[in-house]
Design a binder for this molecule. Structure first.
Ligand code: AMP
Length: 279
């Protein structure tokens, strides 16, 4: 695996590969890799000739300075995992390479209500930061296919919209959520949970499945409230939201909605955990 730290080296290398007819799959990450990230690399490997992964802990998407500071950065382990998974190129930039002119968000995209709901409601500016960094990364990497995890469902919808509205000519593929044994969605933040809470957090996926089983039986508002309250009543659990929405664009469900997503965010012992199921 090639490790490239500068965009001035990466972009021409990719242009060369593309002019030789190679397709490029791209997996952007913030590192502290786990099997969820690796599943994206494996999928990209299957679908593309060359797989590029980036590791960059993007400061502009953190609304809490402590969260940014505490974000795990085990780069050596990450490199080993990517090598083992057969990743071809790791783009490992520093802040200057991504933000040569400073990191204020100047290029603000308009995602409408999408960016202020759910995660955006508790973390104002979060998705502006995500969109900013991903737009920069896509300009640098110029992939044919962008691989994103279903785990960050709202992020997936927003980035799909970014690619569409900016006419980037990139295919966006959504990859399934990889889970721990108890059903907890894998996340770089899980290492910050106590072992007791990590075990207990399996209840999040169980509750999502329970809600999914009630979709055809009870009114949505009733399911949302009872699932929210049940998890919120647990010690050390604080539910931020539990909502049943249109899976295509996170709008309210109407008679013609084809697919439903149930999304939740739970703060367990101070650690924000996201999960969802598509029904
Ligand atoms: P992150 O490093 O958290 O920014 O995540 C990088 C990518 O990996 C995003 O597209 C995430 O949605 C995806 N991802 C994170 N956790 C998982 C998981 N448990 N299963 C599948 N994909 C994941």
């Amino acid at each position: 695996m090639q490790i490239i730290k500068n965009r001035s080296a990466l972009t021409p290398a990719i242009s060369q590969l593309k002019s030789n007819g190679k397709t490029i799959g791209f997996v952007p990450t913030m590192g502290a890799l786990h099997e969820g990230h690796i599943s994206l690399i494996v999928r990209a490997k299957a679908d593309c000739d060359v797989v590029v992964c980036s590791i960059f802990v993007n400061p502009t998407q953190f609304t809490d300075a402590k969260d940014l500071e505490k974000y795990p950065r085990p780069v050596e382990e990450d490199i080993k995992m990517l090598q083992d998974a057969g990743c071809d190129i790791l783009y490992l930039p520093d802040e200057k390479d991504i933000y040569p002119y400073g990191k204020t968000i100047t290029n603000k995209f308009d995602f409408g209500a999408l960016e202020n709901m759910l995660e955006g409601a508790s973390r104002p500016g979060h998705f502006a930061g995500v969109a900013q960094v991903v737009k920069i990364l896509l300009e640098i990497v110029q992939p044919n296919i962008l691989f994103l995890g279903q785990k960050d469902y709202q992020q997936y919808i927003i980035l799909k919209k970014l690619v569409e509205t900016q006419r980037l000519n990139i295919e966006v593929k959504k990859c399934p959520i990889i889970r721990e044994e108890n059903g907890l969605a894998m996340s770089s933040r899980n290492s910050r949970l106590s072992s007791e809470l990590r075990f207990k957090a399996g209840i999040i996926y169980a509750t999502l499945n329970y809600a999914a089983s009630l979709i055809k039986i009870l009114p949505f508002a009733e399911i949302e409230t009872s699932c929210f309250d049940a998890m919120n009543a647990l010690d050390d659990f604080e539910v931020d939201y539990f909502e049943i929405l249109n899976a295509e664009n996170l709008s309210e469900i109407k008679i013609d909605t084809k697919e439903i997503v149930i999304v939740t965010s739970v703060i367990a012992g101070g650690v924000r955990l996201l999960d969802n199921v598509v029904v």
